[in-house]
Design a protein around this ligand. Structure first.
Ligand SMILES: Nc1ncnc2c1ncn2[C@@H]1O[C@H](COP(=O)(O)OP(=O)(O)OP(=O)(O)O)[C@@H](O)[C@H]1O
Length: 254
């Protein structure tokens, strides 16, 4: 699924939080979104998911304007995993993940074996089958985050938007979620704070003060200049020939 955004602007009380953002995803790519705290990543993701309408600009899903689509059709196309989406409802994990199937249900199209299979697969893929009978609100932060990701997978979107999906996860689950996400045959836009994890994305967009200041392949974007300019840190680039990979080690600017 191709998503394009043109001239996106958003402001609150005259303060510009997003300023003229244009981007287009490549179908099937993993696009990382990085930027300091408060640079506008969450606000942009919510607009790309159709939860907020921008004050200026436009979003298209494929050839269709998002603002001419029914909410149900948007939900069949785009899933968003938010950062702070903790549960308060007294429902089980299985029920929570089943909510991902809501856009496909109607009075004429009830719950089917296929829906059940999709939910089971999503529970399996994020490794929470053993939690399926637990009450959602009793889960730890990391377990709850995996439920949110399973719910989004059950939605079977063509475009998956993830807002710092690993921030509550232990290192093993961080790696397994990132591996799962990168193997999905769909377009993924993922906000990340860990810049070494962002290096594994196909492309990276850099947010700074509500503007998208760069977008491109990780090696072109994550330069010492960019890290200094946007994040205010020095970075040493370390090559790992065994895994043919580059890592960054960060130092404060003194
Ligand atoms: N409804 C709102 N009213 C006022 N300010 C807001 C509102 N929503 C967001 N902001 C501000 O907009 C800026 C961008 O916020 P946003 O959450 O999009 O940033 P972010 O890049 O996701 O940050 P973080 O990395 O800390 O999650 C912040 O300064 C935030 O305080």
């Amino acid at each position: 699924m191709r998503l394009s955004a043109q001239g996106i602007g958003w402001q609150v009380h005259g303060h510009r939080l997003l300023d003229d953002i244009s981007l287009e995803t490549v179908p099937g790519e993993n696009l990382g979104l990085i930027g300091p705290n408060g640079s506008g990543k969450t606000t942009l993701l919510r607009i790309l998911a159709g939860l907020q309408k921008p004050h200026t600009g436009h979003v298209w899903l494929g050839e269709q304007s998002m603002y001419r689509m029914r909410q149900r059709d948007i939900a069949r196309t785009v899933a968003l995993v938010e950062q702070q989406a903790m549960a308060s409802d007294r429902i089980s994990v299985h029920q929570a993940v089943s909510l991902g199937r809501t856009p496909y249900l109607s009075p004429l199209r009830g719950w089917s074996d296929q829906d059940e299979a999709i939910v089971s697969r999503a529970l399996h893929d994020v490794g929470i089958e053993h939690l399926k009978s637990r009450l959602w609100h009793t889960l730890s932060g990391g377990e709850g985050q995996r439920v949110q990701i399973a719910r989004a997978l059950a939605q079977q979107p063509g475009l998956l938007l993830l807002d710092e999906p690993t921030n509550h996860l232990d290192i093993r689950h961080q790696l397994s979620i990132l591996k799962l996400v990168s193997a999905l045959p769909i377009t993924v836009v993922i906000a990340l704070h860990d810049l070494n994890q962002a290096m594994d994305c196909d492309r990276i967009g850099v947010m700074e003060d509500g503007r998208l200041v760069d977008i491109g392949p990780p090696e072109d974007v994550l330069t010492p200049y960019r890290l200094h300019q946007t994040f205010g840190v020095h970075a040493d680039m370390l090559d790992d020939p065994q895994h043919q990979r580059r890592y960054m080690r960060f130092r404060q600017i003194v």
